[in-house]
Design a protein. Structure first.
Length: 193
């Protein structure tokens, strides 16, 4: 009798462990589904933000390029005018850096917002649809992988474009710096006479 009682206690312990494992698997499955959905939303927002950033940088890069071309065409200007134009270009670049930092802060805020989502509170609603979750997760993963590949290709193309534009901008900035330095030196020489 005691042996049967002991065996029943062991069986009850094993059933308790099995019940916990089943609940944890169900929770993990629901969490995975929610994470995949949240990731898809983030990726859509990320692509939108990248397009906005690319348009923003393109517009400002064209403005800076036009400004530098104007400086080269007006090489005969006085040193004060050249220095003022050079200062304006530096302020524009500082503004671009500040705006890029603001974008970085906003991205960090999105990441923190997603981290604060309390998924366990939503598990009760997700328990009713457990049978359809596996297929949904697989479909979503395939879409995420496709989106990731497409996004990676777009980012590579955009980075290549921006790299070429930045190289050209650096060359123009270097030329303006050399020209400004030359004018300043000429003024010092002229003033020292």
């Amino acid at each position: 009798m005691q042996q049967i009682h002991d065996e029943l206690l062991r069986l009850q312990e094993q059933l308790t462990l099995l019940d916990r494992a089943v609940k944890q698997i169900a929770k993990a499955e629901a969490i995975a589904t929610a994470v995949v959905q949240a990731t898809a939303t983030i990726q859509q927002e990320y692509v939108l933000q990248l397009h906005k950033i690319a348009e923003f940088y393109q517009t400002h890069l064209e403005q800076i390029t036009a400004s530098h071309q104007s400086q080269v065409d007006k090489f005969q200007m006085t040193s004060e005018q050249t220095l003022a134009t050079y200062t304006t270009a530096i302020q524009e670049m500082s503004t671009l850096v500040n705006q890029a930092q603001n974008v970085s802060v906003k991205i960090q805020q999105w990441v923190e917002f997603i981290d604060k989502i309390n998924l366990p509170l939503r598990l009760d609603k997700l328990d009713l649809t457990v049978s359809g979750i596996n297929q949904g997760v697989q479909n979503t993963l395939m879409r995420v992988e496709t989106s990731e590949r497409n996004l990676r290709e777009e980012i590579k193309l955009e980075v290549g474009k921006q790299s070429q534009e930045l190289k050209m901008l650096k060359g123009l900035l270097w030329l303006v710096t050399v020209l400004s330095s030359g004018i300043i030196m000429m003024l010092f020489l002229w003033l020292s006479k």
